[in-house]
Design a binder for this molecule. Structure first.
Ligand SMILES: *Cc1c(COP(=O)(O)O)cnc(C)c1O
Length: 358
């Protein structure tokens, strides 16, 4: 049966992984490879292992469990702050976890004691992105002594995350907060914290510039290894493969049409009111794939001259006017994938994933 295809070139992932791992290693930073963006597919994890990466992270326990069952011995950090009802599974499947809330930490501590373990945790500090983490010194002073009372967990690290919700960029100042709070927690409560964890890909810029505050010794990175891209920092990383992930869909209609819809405009299928710039009559290819398969805005057609114009739940619309009559009905169009494209394609039931080694 027809299905659009996600091609994964594992050799390119290995090369990206090897390069970034060496780069971080030389600067005293452990690269923790974030696998949530491709549903932790074992082939990609093996490619990262081949590149020298030994530390992994995922937001979903289901991914962590499946990865560990496929590849025994993997070391995994859980990077989505867990739900209370996940506590038993956190201790069972994650080697360590990011945490931010005492109710959850207590539940994890009790689960660890029941399982005869001490579960290491990294406490998240919110430095302004306003997603997860303890916000401000008063909140830290409230949670710190309570963590001390949790016999089943050990506070081994502090972490911060930027770029994901608030689109805040990492800076020397907002990263150095971790170093300062590590020393504060040592002095005031006697914690000995050995890991200072920053992320994600956008934090690489500080390492490249040589301005990463001393003491930061872990970076949680997905995007750079997978796509050679830093979306938050709005740049591609030089020397890294950017097309290890390619999406393919077949052309099912090819017609010249005006670029502005005709008739009174309401809202589109998603409830938005998009703008349609008038570019005249253009040759448009409809491909048999849509929002149920892939995040179309993260696709870039690889055919020179082709341009992504939009999508509905089941159709991708590509402007191929400038492709010199190369495109035929029945052709497969190939697209370079960004983060969200692969996130969707690996979680869609309708996409055929094919592993490649160029
Ligand atoms: C997704 C995620 C990362 C990785 O981010 P990239 O931009 O893919 O490198 C790091 N840390 C946390 C907490 C995340 O959720």
């Amino acid at each position: 049966m027809y299905a659009p295809i996600l091609e994964i070139d594992t050799k390119k992932v290995t090369e990206n992984a090897g390069k970034l791992h060496a780069f971080c290693d030389q600067r005293g930073v452990e690269l923790t490879f974030v696998t949530k963006g491709f549903s932790a597919r074992p082939e990609v994890i093996r490619a990262a292992l081949a590149g020298g990466i030994t530390s992994f992270a995922d937001s979903r326990l289901k991914n962590i469990r499946a990865a560990k069952q496929a590849i025994p011995g993997l070391k995994y950090l859980l990077i989505r702050i867990p739900a209370i009802m996940e506590a038993e599974d956190v201790v069972r499947w994650a080697d360590w976890s990011l945490q931010s809330q005492i109710e959850v930490i207590k539940a994890v501590s009790e689960a660890a004691l029941r399982q005869g373990k001490i579960h290491p945790i990294i406490l998240m500090i919110d430095v302004g992105d306003l997603r997860e983490g303890v916000f401000g010194r008063a909140q830290l002073d409230e949670i710190a002594p309570q963590i001390k009372d949790c016999a089943g967990v050990e506070l081994v690290g502090l972490g911060t995350n930027v770029g994901c919700y608030g689109s805040v960029l990492p800076s020397v100042e907002n990263t150095a907060v971790l170093v300062e709070l590590r020393d504060y927690l040592h002095k005031k409560y006697g914690f000995s914290i050995s890991v200072l964890s920053a992320g994600g890909t956008c934090a690489l810029k500080l390492l490249e510039d040589g301005s990463m505050p001393a003491g930061i010794n872990q970076l949680r990175v997905g995007e750079a290894v997978l796509y050679g891209e830093d979306t938050t920092g709005n740049r591609f990383l030089e020397g890294y493969h950017q097309d290890a992930f390619r999406f393919k869909a077949q052309v099912v209609e090819l017609r010249r049409k005006p670029s502005v819809p005709i008739g009174e405009l309401g809202r589109d299928g998603k409830g938005d009111t998009p703008e349609y710039p008038d570019r005249g009559v253009r040759l448009r290819a409809i491909c048999a794939a849509g929002k149920q398969d892939v995040a179309w805005a993260a696709l870039t057609p690889m055919l020179p001259g082709a341009e992504m114009i939009g999508a509905s739940s089941d159709h991708l619309i590509v402007d191929v006017e400038d492709c010199g009559r190369q495109v035929q009905v029945g052709d497969w169009l190939t697209f370079r994938c960004g983060y969200m494209a692969v996130l969707d394609a690996t979680t869609s039931a309708y996409v055929d994933v094919q592993i490649w080694e160029d």
